[in-house]
Design a protein around this ligand. Structure first.
Ligand code: UGA
Length: 471
């Protein structure tokens, strides 16, 4: 493989930890820094604080060889050519990203720059953050000849983070100088030249030696906007399909057929057209708001983004009203909630629509028994078990004596439910699916009434189709 680069990654969250371990997998020498000493200890002993496929194996493979963990930022910066900043940029009160963690880290880096370093923004940040980083370094007296600032946004998704990192659709490098662009090109060379994919034990994915990863070199501002605009566009696709789903349902059309029909147009593409209870997670809600704020700062009103958010918020009401329409009153009803994470394959519950729905059910007087393959522990930290909320060890236990079963997260496990077994467990066979995991007929054939998104509800023979009820 190509020449190794000494890399420091600051922050060991989803992006930082995955980047650190994957850079080691690509053959570089990596020091990952976090100021949370307990987390550093966990990582040093091979423990992975997040649920992410391949990460424990890769960490085991490279720990103490290609990657090490420390709380000593200055020491790590001194030893590294490239310093990736991957700390949190949470949403502030105005919708703008709160960049105080980035600023704090840059001030600390400034104290340790004694020879040329490339400082790389990996966190999602608004346009001109590269300029601010440069300014902060100047203010701390760092010689402008001793550093360059590069924007290298990350496009990985939680749940598939390692594969997304090693098999990216594109690598974007926003660099203001040839020297810094070259260092980033060296770092990503194993992916862009394809040598990584030929290596024994390389994790397989869409890229290969014949079709290696593509790299796009732009200005730092363009790279910053590429990241925000990509997330905003994906969020827009989801809100668009949800708006169409609500229309489809009113006219007895089927959103799954419609999405397939739209997605076959190669200009549109089939992905991110899954209707449901709306997007959540730590990225889309925050980035749509932050991008809107960025435009506002430039005197532009990017109203389209307001609408994306409004449709997304309303989608939770749409689902909640379906529950009410199926059960009439909620007080005293037993409801099984399948899924708590904001999407499948992750234990992350940040901005999870599932959590909001569970809260609303409890507030309406229902008793909820929830199950999630990975996110129960995190949920219990914010919603402790109580009279109104219980946690089950599997989905059938959650469904026991339920008046209705709600599917809130698109875990694979929930697409393969043993329906006869579920039917025996519940009080009434009603499934309200916020993720459209089933074909209506296959559910109805098993004796269930099935309510989903953007498709007419189907009713089991016994219950029959009710007359339309108005709420
Ligand atoms: C998202 C982007 O997809 C990544 O490219 C980006 O790097 C990341 O944000 C980030 O900025 O860090 P992520 O939040 O992990 O990744 O999850 P997604 O798979 O994009 O899903 C986001 C939400 O949209 C989930 O709640 C998911 O259930 C929902 N979704 C997704 C839909 O409702 N419909 C779809 O068709 C696709």
């Amino acid at each position: 493989m190509s020449e190794p680069v000494s890399i420091c990654v600051i922050g060991s969250g989803y992006v930082g930890l995955v980047a650190a371990v994957c850079f080691a997998e690509m053959g570089h020498r990596v020091i990952c820094v976090d100021n949370d000493k307990d987390k550093v200890e966990t990582l040093r002993s091979g423990g992975v604080p997040i649920y992410e496929e391949h990460l424990p194996d890769l960490l085991g493979k490279h720990l103490g060889r290609g990657v090490e963990f420390t709380a000593n930022l200055a020491g790590a910066v001194e030893k590294s050519e490239a310093i990736f900043i991957a700390v949190g940029t949470p949403q502030g009160d105005t919708g703008a990203a709160d960049l105080s963690y980035v600023e704090a880290v840059v001030s600390e880096i400034a104290r340790s720059v004694t020879e040329y370093k490339v400082i790389v923004e990996k966190s999602t940040v608004p346009v001109y953050t590269n300029e601010w980083i440069r300014r902060v370094l100047h203010r701390h007296g760092v010689d402008p000849g001793l550093f360059d600032v590069v924007s290298n946004p990350e496009f990985l998704r939680e749940g598939t983070a390692v594969i997304d990192f090693l098999h990216p659709d594109r690598i974007v490098v926003g660099a203001g100088s040839e020297r810094s662009a070259q260092l980033l090109q060296r770092i990503y060379a194993p992916l862009t030249s394809g040598t990584y994919y030929e290596q024994p034990g390389a994790l397989p994915g869409v890229c290969s030696a014949a079709h290696p990863a593509r790299i796009l070199v732009t200005s730092a501002q363009s790279a910053e906007i590429i990241k925000h605009a990509s997330n905003a566009f994906l969020a827009l696709k989801i809100s668009f399909i949800n708006a169409v789903a609500n229309l489809a349902e009113n006219v007895d059309a089927d959103i799954e057929d419609i999405a397939a029909g739209i997605g076959l147009d190669s200009r549109i593409g089939p992905r991110f057209l899954r209707a449901g209870i709306g997007y959540g997670g730590s990225c889309f809600p925050k980035d749509v708001a932050a991008f809107h704020w960025v435009a506002q700062q430039q005197g532009l009103n990017f109203q389209l983004l307001d609408e994306v958010r409004r449709i997304n918020d309303a989608q939770r009401d749409v689902f909640f009203n379906k529950v009410r329409a199926a059960l009439w009153t909620l007080r005293g009803k037993r409801i099984a909630a399948l899924g708590l994470a904001f999407k499948g394959d992750t234990d992350d519950i940040r901005e999870s629509p599932a959590i909001e729905i569970v809260r609303r059910l409890i507030d309406s007087g229902a008793t909820v028994t929830a199950y999630d393959p990975a996110a129960i522990e995190r949920t219990q930290a914010v919603l402790p078990p109580s009279e109104k909320l219980k946690y089950a060890k599997d989905l059938y236990e959650a469904a026991k004596d339920a008046d209705a079963v709600l599917i809130l997260t698109d875990w694979k496990e929930f697409s393969n439910i043993d329906l006869p077994r579920l039917n025996r467990a519940v009080k009434f066979p009603i499934i309200i699916d916020g993720r459209n995991l089933y074909k209506p007929d296959e559910i109805t054939d098993q004796g269930f009434t099935y309510v989903s998104i953007g498709r007419p509800a189907t009713y089991n023979a016994q219950q029959g189709k009710p007359r339309k009820l108005i709420f």
